[in-house]
Design a protein around this ligand. Structure first.
Ligand code: WTA
Length: 663
């Protein structure tokens, strides 16, 4: 555990927020969620989830067991039931006569479009499942997916699910080395990728990163690479290994019998940053995950599948893309928009143009995007018809009240409820959120644990704090979509989440309860940063920095940033022979640029530090622990706080003096 200084800054600001927005009676009258859900769920939590599982999921073999917590902290939900995730997401809707309903409105960055109905999706997924199976992938085999946001990306995930082959999606912005380590850890037998995707108006290649990754250590489990043609760029080709998607999939049969799996069969592994350098492969299984993603998608967004057009702007490379682009919405038979590109290409009104074009009624995005649009000005969304919107969602990081108010006023026309949804890769689905039509919403607060979820804020001794108090967010009862472990590392799973407060799940977030008992999230309390809603580990970036020959030591902090929430700031000590390079301001700038590029290459552009500062020393306690709190003061241009516990208290003066002279 490191210091919680950054969270206490947030606390003071939030203590002054008192606005509340009760639901409009017209909305409440038609809302999916009713207040009684809380009581029903509290009366018998497992029974409540069993009811949801029966109502929202179609089982091949009905389950008779609900929750088995005897092997805690590894839960088993609905364990004797069998089902298939892709069947639930696609086939059953076609069987119910909804084959003509649009599942996906795809919009490429350059404006090319594709409309996919549920019947189309059934054919595509079945074909892809046949093609992937012909490449030797079967039940239990892992498939790494490294793709941009395309129809094929959704199809690929569902095809794996159809085969009972756990997918592990790696965000397209990760580097070859990050991809390599994930392929190796998952021991994948197939990689699905594309030549590239369109980003900011230009083709951006992906295949070369796969080729490079597969030359690296630990990847010889990979037998084939299936390649989607998107940009038409030239690609390197390994005969016998590489296969074009259009050759293999288009030729495959459109019938495929789903592989019926046990409820606890692994559905996917998704790697996320932890407090150590090594990413954690978060493992999710089938029955409980599908139950909670569909339940939350239906109730938190008030989805009316016949009439709503839903759009979640997340990439499938993140958990939000898994739960709220692929599984939740498709299980509920939703019609949704998926968009390949960035919000400002070719112009800054691109998102709002899409809302107008498709009459999007539910929009789910991240605070960093909202703050960016806020910065661009009201005129831009003001130029489009956004009157179709009726529910707005936020996820990924705390949303500051100003951004929340702007979202409601400018995007929501002062009319739409906003749901600020707190959850994690580990929780699989939304855990804390207002329910539209039920909760009077407060700007900046995720507020209440959903029906069937037990969340609390506790102090250092695991005692719940009173209303008005602050502490650590915990989850005290198992929930259906909870992670079942870290791939291949049960001990790390127990240690990371269950050892801080024995028997209860430690989320790693600071939180406070207001006088009504509502929960306000205050950011991470561990060495995990949140940059634009993406989780990054300080340790991982530090290891990337010290892997460069110039660097002797590195310390990374997340400094507050108006737009991205936090920004990566690195402090480095250069090795003896290189120290002279940074003695002039120009030299220092050059070193900094080199190291920023190095991190981008090692981990990916998202991890690139905003600033790299060359320093003569790092502030350490007598036990050798780096005091990041003090570095954060420097990074945020604050007066440096109490440095009396430093082994050498003059270090901070040295650092500050050095930075002023540019050295
Ligand atoms: C943060 C993303 C405040 C939090 C779904 C959590 C939030 C981490 C919120 C998980 C929110 C997510 N308010 N903080 N509404 N939602 N977070 O795994 O620190 O990428 O622990 O999952 O994001 O990030 P992850």
């Amino acid at each position: 555990m490191t210091d919680t200084q950054s969270t206490s800054h947030g606390l003071e600001n939030l203590l002054h927020e008192t606005r509340a927005f009760p639901p409009a009676p017209e909305f409440a009258a038609l809302a999916n969620a009713q207040a009684s859900l809380y009581e029903t769920a509290a009366a018998d939590r497992p029974a409540f989830w069993a009811d949801q599982a029966r109502e929202l999921v179609t089982w091949r073999t009905p389950f008779t067991e609900t929750l088995d917590w005897s092997d805690a902290p590894v839960a088993r939900w609905f364990a004797d039931g069998t089902l298939n995730a892709a069947y639930n997401a696609v086939d059953r809707h076609v069987e119910a006569g909804l084959g003509d309903r649009v599942a996906l409105h795809f919009e490429g960055e350059g404006g090319d479009t594709r409309t996919v109905t549920y019947a189309d999706l059934q054919r595509e997924v079945s074909r892809a499942a046949n093609a992937i199976s012909a490449l030797g992938v079967g039940k239990g085999d892992r498939v790494v997916i490294y793709l941009p946001m395309l129809v094929e990306s959704v199809v690929a995930m569902l095809a794996c699910a159809r085969l009972g082959a756990p997918h592990s999606v790696v965000f397209g912005g990760f580097s070859a080395d990050a991809l390599r380590s994930r392929i190796a850890d998952a021991e994948a037998s197939l990689v699905i990728t594309a030549d590239g995707g369109f980003r900011r108006g230009a083709p951006s290649a992906l295949k070369p990163a796969v080729d490079e990754a597969l030359q690296g250590q630990g990847t010889d489990t990979v037998k084939h690479v299936l390649v989607v043609r998107r940009t038409g760029q030239d690609v390197g080709w390994t005969e016998g290994r590489d296969v074009w998607w259009h050759d293999a999939v288009d030729a495959a049969d459109t019938f495929h019998e789903p592989e019926w799996v046990d409820a606890e069969h692994p559905l996917f592994i998704l790697y996320t940053s932890g407090t150590t350098g090594k990413p954690k492969g978060i493992l999710h299984t089938t029955g409980g995950y599908l139950t909670q993603t569909s339940f939350t998608h239906k109730n938190v967004f008030d989805l009316k599948a016949e009439t709503d057009v839903y759009w979640c702007t997340a990439d499938i490379g993140w958990v939000t893309g898994h739960s709220y682009v692929v599984y939740g919405p498709l299980l509920n038979g939703a019609t949704q928009v998926i968009y390949e590109g960035t919000p400002d290409t070719p112009h800054r009104g691109r998102w709002w143009e899409l809302v107008e074009k498709y009459k999007v009624s539910i929009l789910y995005t991240a605070p960093t995007a909202i703050r960016t649009c806020m910065k661009w000005g009201d005129d831009i969304p003001g130029g489009f018809d956004l009157s179709s919107l009726r529910v707005l969602g936020s996820v990924g990081e705390p949303i500051n009240p100003e951004a929340w108010m702007w979202y409601r006023r400018v995007i929501g026309g002062d009319r739409t409820p906003i749901v600020d949804t707190w959850w994690q890769t580990e929780t699989g689905a939304i855990m804390i959120s207002p329910l539209p039509g039920v909760t009077a919403t407060k700007p900046g607060s995720a507020q209440v644990a959903l029906p069937g979820i037990a969340a609390d804020v506790v102090d250092d001794e695991a005692h719940p704090v009173p209303d008005g108090g602050g502490g650590y967010l915990v989850l005290s009862e198992p929930w259906p979509s909870m992670l079942r472990g870290i791939w291949g590392d049960l001990e790390r799973f127990k240690d990371t989440y269950w050892s801080r407060f024995p028997g209860i799940y430690f989320a790693g977030d600071g939180a406070k309860k207001d006088d009504d008992g509502d929960i306000w999230l205050l950011g991470r309390v561990d060495d995990v940063m949140n940059v634009s809603g993406h989780r990054l580990s300080t340790t991982e970036i530090e290891s990337a920095l010290v892997s460069h020959e110039m660097v002797a030591e590195a310390a990374v902090v997340g400094a507050a940033d108006e737009t991205t929430g936090q920004a990566v700031v690195a402090f480095v000590i250069l090795r003896g022979g290189h120290a002279a390079k940074a003695e002039t301001p120009e030299g220092s700038a050059e070193v900094s640029e080199l190291l920023r590029a190095h991190v981008a290459k090692e981990i990916g552009p998202i991890a690139k530090p905003r600033r790299v500062l060359v320093v003569p020393e790092l502030p350490k306690t007598r036990s050798g622990k780096i005091m990041r709190r003090l570095l954060r003061d420097v990074a945020e241009n604050r007066t440096v706080g109490d440095a009396t516990t430093l082994a050498d208290s003059s270090v901070m003066d040295l650092i500050s003096a050095g930075l002023q002279t540019g050295g």
